[in-house]
Design a protein around this ligand. Structure first.
Ligand code: N01
Length: 537
């Protein structure tokens, strides 16, 4: 048996030791349950361990991107910047693991390869890539929404003679770009953060952009100590506000439509929100930015104006202006000197819409119209999001049904945290929950607390199995689709929709009703004796 694997039988197996897995383990211990966490990486931290590319930083403010369950930690921990950089978040999660003595139940360097439900015993057999199988009553996935990196679907990566790196699997040691010719594919959140950093070091950086992004500046810097004192004094109210909000950040809800204010007032208000350096502030400036195209256009045009103001070359500026999808319908990004980077002499932007990529070659990249030579290639090409990490494991429920088969037309879940036919399997921030449309720690804590309450309820009532019923699952899945259809989200080819992975079903995988409303719904279901679940002994 691996070190740390103390038994082959547990009450619960947790998969993943990031924000979700760490808190889930703590919660299970509090319930007096035996649990083991399997983590594929060689340390805890999940997404904040492996995404360690230069410039990697969270786009939710430090004071709000943290756990609320440990009030002492909340007071003690000192964030240094307005937006926390990856090393600081990783240090925070490592500290949480040590502070709560979690490591002794975490098995590192171990990937779960399969989880099979046995109807006879009512238990799960969970197998890892080290060949061990453990038996558990509950399986709780804490695999995250963005943890299966996606390479670009163009041929030739194996031919490339230089070094290449995916932002989502960045090496631990520093990559030195000094004097190097670097090419980067991808201008999503990761690309936008890594580009300015690499440009500072490289001899030349060529950015291959297929879809431009709306990027809001962070105006990052050392954290304001007055704000820290104020937040720490009022943490309970602030956390509550985040829990009741639309996106899991403590902002008051918007009150007006973008179309009911006069253009000058609206422009001034967008300028104020822009100056805050917070994408959520811009996104929630008005009530209808995500549901009304005309309203959305006002925000999109405001961002276009900022791009044209910053970028000196008008042609480059136009290439950087997103025009074929509404603002906020692909994940809007936050950057530091992103647009400014295109004013540098050592940076070239290639518009793949005009000159598509054909293949990766031994020397670099071949587009329809030319060949580009590089020493280093960076793939900021994103992830097989939401369902990717779950389907990467061979999960089988009742009658041996594979989850991949059940989800062949897209994910079907109840509340985004359970699946009919897969008893006692819970998916923290799974498809069909607010997940990536929330400040993640808020969504994670809500799911972990809710699962914890359900497990306690089951014990109190002498029940050993919880399973979503088929009808509730179908109704929920439909509701998620209806809510998404009522937004502008369906107009963008986003990873929310699976559009970035060839062949993936085009289904919107996130609940768009808002974090606060979702929480209320989950609470009502719990209060009604876990309506929609079949609980049995
Ligand atoms: O990935 P992405 P990401 N040829 O999918 C392009 C979170 N995150 O790693 O849009 C050419 O957003 C692709 O082009 P297109 C956050 O939730 C958060 O950047 O498909 N280009 C796109 O430009 C985020 O949304 C933080 O046309 C290809 C890019 O690669 C999520 O992670 C930081 C291509 C992929 O962008 C994912 O972000 C980082 C191809 N064949 C990440 N294939 C913060 O908290 C892909 N692309 C700040």
């Amino acid at each position: 048996m691996s070190t740390n694997l103390k038994s082959t039988t547990y009450d619960a197996v947790v998969i993943g030791a990031g924000f979700s897995g760490l808190y889930m383990l703590h919660k299970l211990r509090g319930l007096g349950m035996s649990a083991v966490v399997f983590e594929a990486a060689d340390d805890v931290g999940g997404t904040w361990y492996l995404n360690r590319y230069p410039g990697c930083r969270c786009d939710v403010e430090s004071m709000h991107y943290s756990y609320s369950f440990d009030e002492e930690l909340e007071q003690e921990w000192e964030w240094t910047e307005k937006y926390p950089a990856q090393p600081e978040i990783h240090a925070y999660l490592s500290h949480v693991a040590d502070r709560h003595d979690l490591r002794k139940d975490i098995v590192l360097n171990t990937r779960v390869t399969s989880a099979h439900y046995d109807e006879g015993s009512g238990r799960w057999a969970v197998t890892t890539d080290s060949g061990e199988t453990v038996d558990a009553q509950f399986v709780i996935s804490a695999v995250g929404c963005l943890s299966t990196p996606k390479a670009p679907e163009i041929p030739g990566l194996d031919d490339f003679a230089g070094d290449w790196y995916h932002t989502g699997e960045w090496p631990e040691e520093k990559v030195d770009f000094t004097g190097k010719r670097v090419g980067i594919i991808g201008t999503g959140s990761s690309g936008i953060q890594v580009i300015p950093e690499v440009a500072k070091e490289a001899a030349h950086l060529t950015v291959f952009q297929r879809t431009p992004n709306y990027t809001i500046p962070t105006f990052n810097g050392p954290i304001d100590q007055e704000l820290v004192a104020d937040v720490k004094k009022n943490y309970r109210e602030i956390r509550q506000m985040a829990k009741e909000s639309g996106f899991g950040v403590p902002l008051p809800p918007p009150e007006k439509s973008a179309l009911e204010v006069d253009p000058e007032e609206r422009y001034a208000y967008y300028s104020k929100m822009w100056a805050r350096g917070s994408v959520t502030s811009v996104l929630t400036a008005y009530t209808d930015l995500l549901v009304d195209q005309e309203a959305n256009d006002t925000a999109a045009h405001f961002v276009h104006d900022r791009i044209r103001e910053i970028v000196e070359d008008p042609e480059v500026a136009e290439t950087l202006c997103p025009k074929d999808y509404p603002f906020g319908t692909k994940r809007p990004t936050m950057g530091t000197d992103y647009y400014e980077t295109f004013n540098r002499d050592n940076v070239t932007l290639v518009d793949l819409r005009k000159d598509p990529l054909e293949r990766i070659t031994a020397d670099g990249l071949k587009t329809e119209q030319g060949e580009w030579e590089f020493d280093v290639l960076i793939l900021a090409t994103g992830f097989d999001a939401m369902t990717g990490p779950l389907l990467a494991m061979d999960i089988r429920g009742r009658a041996g049904q594979p989850l991949a088969e059940k989800w062949k037309d897209g994910p079907h879940t109840y509340l985004g945290l359970s699946v009919a036919g897969f008893p006692n399997l819970f998916t923290i921030t799974g498809p069909g929950s607010p997940s990536v449309l929330s400040n993640m720690p808020v969504a994670i804590e809500q799911h972990v607390d809710w699962i914890g309450d359900l497990l306690a309820y089951m014990r109190e009532h002498g029940q050993s199995t919880a399973e979503a019923d088929q009808q509730s699952e179908e109704e929920w899945t439909q509701l998620v689709a209806e809510y998404a259809n009522a937004t502008l989200h369906m107009k963008a080819n986003s990873w929310y929709l699976g559009a970035n992975v060839p062949g993936k079903p085009r289904v919107f995988m996130v609940y768009t009703g808002g974090v606060g409303v979702y929480r209320e719904t989950c609470d009502e279901i719990a209060e009604a004796g876990y309506k929609g679940f079949e609980l049995s002994a």
